[in-house]
Design a protein around this ligand. Structure first.
Ligand SMILES: Cc1cc2nc3c(=O)[nH]c(=O)nc-3n(C[C@H](O)[C@H](O)[C@H](O)COP(=O)(O)OP(=O)(O)OC[C@H]3O[C@@H](n4cnc5c(N)ncnc54)[C@H](O)[C@@H]3O)c2cc1C
Ligand code: SF4
Length: 589
């Protein structure tokens, strides 16, 4: 029997990036807010300090900061006619847990999506015709444009302190920046990071081939910065323990470094950690949320009533929470009807290894999560897809994130995978190899979706999330094409040997690709193909806002978090300026 607590104005499910941002915006507006986070409390001091934070076995191999999948896993299959099995070791993607969420152990690669991403269905049809995209693809427009998103991107990037070089300020192109970006109102808050040697070789080779290299926008900071919340960040040390690790130097933007300390001081905010939310509770007519039910670390069950519920529990968990709570209509791939779980997408990744002679010293160890140089010439719709049989694209860059001893030991094809010859090859190539990333879009397809598993349950007896996913043929064609271009750049970098091929199917969960899981609670202007409206308000339950990469109708070439943060600010503004003044649906269905 759950203990019923006193009602609050708003409850946050998850206190990661989205939860922290919404907590700050709602308490600032005078609301009494409770934040429920399933993981532990954790802070830069004492939890993220060296030397323990540089324990590769604990954090990279045993995934010390990730969701505990002995309690809560995801089941997986490639196709609906297969039996899904639980993922027992996170490899392909790494959902976070604990205060701050995955934004503690992210890399910090911080890109805006383009207008052609937000209006993908209409602009693809306009430019190439209605029959150009493969018929199984369920791509759609977001219901917002890049111009709508610009003020929210701007605000979020200044919160993070992003280091970069703008390519287009108010329509004026800036040399050395990304010439394909949509107009932004001002430059990045801090200058770009220092360019590592491998990235410099990439820049030269890419420019010689007529492409437009620019520094990757980074939330590992190039210099000290004080954000508008008064939080002070330091300069990145290129420590090499960034992705999968928390930053001990206050140099990576994360909830802990940009906002949480301010939120925690606010008397209107109450944080409860190790609070596992089981479901969102509904009124009898199922049109209003009445609060949430959660279990604490001692196994006690509580009901937290609230006037407003904000679900910001990471893309995959957002979808599962709606399904567990009976909110919305689950997607049925046979009929194509239903929206919750529909349009699950991912990211189509490949890489190219560039092997140099022994005079070329790459120094892979001294890298950060987001330093490097990239090109956007093959991103989204920045090139003519007419001659190709695919939509979407990828950015290409020399964006190596580490040379850590357990994970990084590149050897050319044909090298034995163990023994003396392998060891000699690792010694020969460790300091003389560069890796190019091809970071590609992922189109929604009617066969890819999320639902509840009929067999496997979590530690609280609730069905696990079931993922049905394989790469659409469109995306494999895209990957082959852009990876071919990356191989050409690798050769032009002066390498002795270049090795790389496009992503091949079937999708496997046993190999790290990215934690850029998207879709399942898609936003849009039409409720028959979306779960939330353009303010991220549930079509079915008007006092519920669902926020995260689960809102993306399909995934773009770039990393998602700049867009997640911008969406969070956009939704917060709508809640504070419109919803609270007149609670109810903000868009009529
Ligand atoms: C290794 C790695 C590298 C990444 N690198 C990049 C990058 O370079 N660039 C980029 O753009 N993105 C990157 N990302 C993605 C980025 O971390 C996410 O986009 C971002 O953290 C999403 O924010 P969120 O608030 O939606 O989720 P999170 O930050 O994960 O927060 C969700 C929170 O909800 C909590 N929660 C979940 N379920 C419950 C429940 N039932 N009850 C209570 N609490 C719950 C979780 O514990 C978590 O704390 C990376 C991710 C990983 C894992
Ligand atoms: S690489 Fe830089 S930002 Fe990343 S953890 Fe190390 S010091 Fe922090």
């Amino acid at each position: 029997m759950a203990t019923k607590l006193a009602e609050v104005d708003a409850v946050l499910v998850g206190v990661g990036l989205v939860g922290t941002m919404l907590g700050r915006e709602l308490t600032r507006a005078g609301l009494k807010v409770v934040g429920l986070e399933r993981g532990r409390p954790q802070f830069t001091v004492p939890d993220f300090q060296g030397p323990q934070m540089h324990d590769e076995l604990r954090y990279s191999v045993r995934k010390g900061l990730m969701q505990d999948n002995t309690k809560e896993a995801v089941t997986f299959r490639n196709r609906a006619d297969q039996v899904a099995l639980p993922i027992r070791r996170w490899e392909s993607f790494l959902p976070g847990t604990g205060l701050g969420g995955a934004a503690v152990h992210w890399n910090g690669q911080t890109y805006r999506f383009q207008d052609s991403d937000f209006r993908m269905r209409s602009l693809t049809t306009e430019r190439y015709g209605a029959r150009f995209a493969d018929p199984g693809l369920t791509i759609q427009d977001w219901g917002v444009t890049a111009a709508d998103m610009e003020p929210h991107y701007d605000r979020f990037e200044y919160l993070l302190g992003v280091s970069g070089l703008a390519g287009n300020i108010g329509g004026k192109k800036i040399a050395g920046g990304n010439p394909f970006e949509d107009a932004r109102r001002r430059g990045y808050p801090t200058p770009p990071m220092k360019e590592p040697y491998g990235s410099a070789l990439f820049r030269k080779a890419a420019a010689q081939q007529g492409y437009h290299p620019f520094p990757q926008p980074s939330s590992n900071l190039s210099q000290p910065y004080t954000n508008p919340e008064g939080m002070q960040l330091s300069t990145c040390m290129f420590c090499g323990y960034c992705e999968r690790y928390a930053c001990e130097h206050y140099a990576k933007s994360s909830p802990q470094t940009i906002l949480l300390p301010v939120l925690l001081k606010d008397p209107h905010f109450t944080l409860r950690t190790q609070a596992q939310v089981l479901r969102i509770n509904l009124s009898k007519d199922k049109r209003q949320a009445t609060g949430v039910t959660y279990v604490d670390a001692a196994g006690r069950e509580f009901e937290q009533p609230a006037k407003l519920v904000v679900l910001g529990s990471f893309a995959l968990n957002n979808v599962r929470m709606l399904l567990l709570s009976g909110i919305g209509t689950p997607y049925d791939p046979r009929s194509g009807q239903g929206t919750v779980g529909r349009n699950y997408a991912y990211q189509t990744m490949s890489s190219v290894q560039v092997f140099f002679d022994e005079k070329t010293n790459i120094n892979p160890f001294m890298r950060s999560g987001a330093c490097g140089t990239v090109i956007a010439d093959f991103v989204g719709d920045n090139f003519d897809h007419g001659p190709h049989k695919f939509i979407g694209g990828a950015y290409v860059g020399e964006v190596m994130t580490n040379g850590r001893p357990i994970e990084f030991h590149p050897t050319p094809p044909g090298t034995p995978s163990w023994g003396g010859k392998w060891k000699s090859a690792v010694v020969r190539h460790y300091n003389h190899t560069s890796v190019l990333n091809v970071h590609g879009s992922s189109m929604a397809h009617r066969a890819n979706y999320l639902d509840l598993d009929p067999t496997y349950k979590d530690a609280w007896g609730l069905p696990l999330l079931r993922m049905t996913f394989d790469f659409p043929a469109n995306d494999l064609r895209m990957s082959a094409y852009v990876t071919g271009k990356a191989v050409e750049i690798g050769r032009a970098m002066g390498a002795r040997q270049v090795n790389g091929a496009g992503r091949k199917g079937p999708y496997t969960v046993t190999q790290y690709q990215t934690t850029h899981n998207t879709g399942g609670t898609v936003m849009g202007a039409d409720r028959s193909t979306s779960v939330v409206n353009c303010y991220l308000q549930s079509w079915d339950v008007s006092n519920l806002f669902v926020i995260g990469a689960s809102n993306f109708p399909q995934n773009a070439s770039y990393n998602p978090t700049d867009t997640v943060g911008a969406l969070a600010y956009m939704a917060a503004e709508a809640i504070v300026q419109r919803y609270l003044k007149s609670p109810g649906p903000m868009v009529q269905a």
